[in-house]
Design a protein around this ligand. Structure first.
Ligand SMILES: Nc1nc2[nH]cnc2c(=O)[nH]1
Length: 469
């Protein structure tokens, strides 16, 4: 990706990683750079990707090795961009793998709000959030977009922990102030207090990490049914004034979609737009019931969608029209939706996204004739799924992440296809080069993620005792 002429020796890099790079810089495009060297500058950004036939490689490797800054991948290890999770409910971590038998509205009222209310206790919050951030990093999630709870204190703690552990994180104090839906024991006391605490949270995070830092505050109305119009209007004003990210749930299930249409006479998307909450840095979780007009509104302002295929299977009554959204050039990435999705891995989300798209394409009810059963053209493949999990998530967030190329942040991971206690096995005598990515997308587990960097800093090294050079 660079010419010999570009590679005159300069300052030694912060880091150089030598090995085979696999990424998907564009939707459906797999790029494999065998035996490349990726150099990273002091700012944590990728400086150069030097291919194997470039004479500058040797000197770069020697300089990095001399400075103790070289990481050399072994046979069977691959350098991939880190994963981006566009939808995580941090306080629901202790509920992962439980309570998925209920419809959304009962799950919220009977299980989720009582659990989230416990985050008034900062000791409980610290225990839960610390385990969650460690687990996501160990799964290769270098960037996470988090809903906190309604509590200012616990949500500050979540931001502090992400900062301390080095994860790229966008974190929101949840706003939910409408007594019609939110119980007395778990809601903002008023719209005014909810907005004031959101402002305090923004100040805290920007003091912690800087205005465009690795940890950023997000304006977070939980979803329209939980918020008064006053709160939504004020949060819209704040979004316009600050230019910060916004996250919320959008047209998730029959119940939720109909609730908003009855209350406001418009879809979630058009209502959010009217409140000033739909913009380039808005991420809409789910969005399963969006219509063509909603897609036009989302595409028109460049907002993003966090597609959560596993949680949709439990709560959403429908499959998100992913391929249609991509054809319309909407910005889409993947989310686990912990704990509506009982799986912390974005590799799993890739697999669920592929499976859901196939079911939408073919249809699911065998009693319906094949030509009427599905929605032709709705399927995506593994390369598109991996693009959603990396570059697609980065585009949705408007951040330079998800691609191994100069100018992007060095948020990356080593996938080891040789670890013994895992089911990911390559068959070099049977495989085409692109099959490596296919096998990783379908087979990678937490144990295969050996090392993780964010902004060039090592945040996970499961083989810390081993020599990487
Ligand atoms: N899946 C999901 N949907 C929601 N809608 C409002 N809150 C939630 C939540 O916590 N999870």
């Amino acid at each position: 990706m660079t010419n010999a002429a570009d590679t005159a020796a300069g300052e030694p890099p912060l880091l150089a990683v030598a090995g085979t790079v696999i990424h998907t810089p564009e939707r459906g495009v797999i790029e494999i750079l065998e035996d490349a060297v990726v150099t990273v500058g002091e700012d944590g950004r990728i400086e150069r990707v030097i291919e194997s036939d470039d004479p500058a490689q040797e000197a770069t490797i020697e300089a990095a090795a001399a400075g103790g800054r070289l990481t050399l991948l072994r046979a069977g290890q691959y350098l991939l961009p880190g994963l981006v999770d566009l939808h995580v409910h941090a306080p629901q971590w202790p509920q992962i793998g439980k309570a998925l038998h209920l419809p959304l509205e009962q799950w919220l009222a009977n299980c989720t709000f009582p659990l989230e209310a416990r985050y008034a206790d900062l000791e409980f919050a610290a225990r839960s959030y610390s385990g969650l951030v460690d687990a996501l990093l160990a799964n290769g999630t270098t960037t996470a977009l988090y809903f906190g709870s309604v509590h200012l204190g616990a949500t500050k703690l979540l931001a502090d922990l992400c900062h301390a552990k080095g994860q790229r994180a966008l974190v929101g104090k949840v706003v939910m102030d409408d007594p019609t839906l939110c119980p007395d024991y778990y809601r903002d006391a008023s719209a005014t207090i909810a907005v004031a605490e959101t402002e305090m949270f923004i100040e805290h995070v920007q003091r912690l990490a800087g205005p465009e830092g690795r940890v950023r505050p997000v304006i977070t109305p939980r979803f329209i049914p939980a918020c008064t119009n006053d709160a939504l209007e004020e949060l819209g004003r704040l979004a316009r004034q600050t230019g910060l990210h916004v996250q919320t749930h959008c047209s998730e299930s029959d119940w939720e979609h109909d609730f908003v249409r009855h209350r406001l006479g418009a879809t979630d998307t058009r209502s959010l737009e009217a409140f000033g909450l739909l913009g380039r840095r808005t991420i809409l979780a789910h969005s399963n019931f969006i219509c063509d007009d909603d897609m036009d509104a989302i595409g028109g302002c460049g907002a993003g969608i966090g597609h959560c295929p596993l949680s949709n299977a439990y709560f959403s009554n429908a499959v998100f029209p992913l391929a249609q959204a991509l054809e319309k050039k909407l910005h889409v990435g993947l989310g686990t939706d912990i704990s509506g999705g009982p799986d912390a891995s974005i590799f799993s989300a890739c697999r669920h996204a592929i499976a859901a798209s196939r079911m939408l394409a073919d249809g699911v009810d065998a009693r319906i004739a094949p030509d009427k059963r599905g929605r032709p053209g709705a399927a995506i493949d593994f390369a598109e799924a991996f693009w959603l999990a990396t570059a697609g998530g980065g585009i949705a967030l408007d951040l330079p992440i998800g691609v191994i190329a100069p100018g992007f942040a060095f948020d990356a991971m080593v996938i080891d296809t040789t670890v013994p206690d895992a089911d990911l096995t390559l068959w070099p005598d049977l495989d085409e080069p692109e099959d490596v990515l296919q096998r990783i997308v379908y087979g990678a587990a937490r144990a295969n993620v050996r090392r993780v960097w964010v902004d060039g800093a090592t945040v996970v090294d499961k083989d810390a005792g081993l020599d990487w050079t």
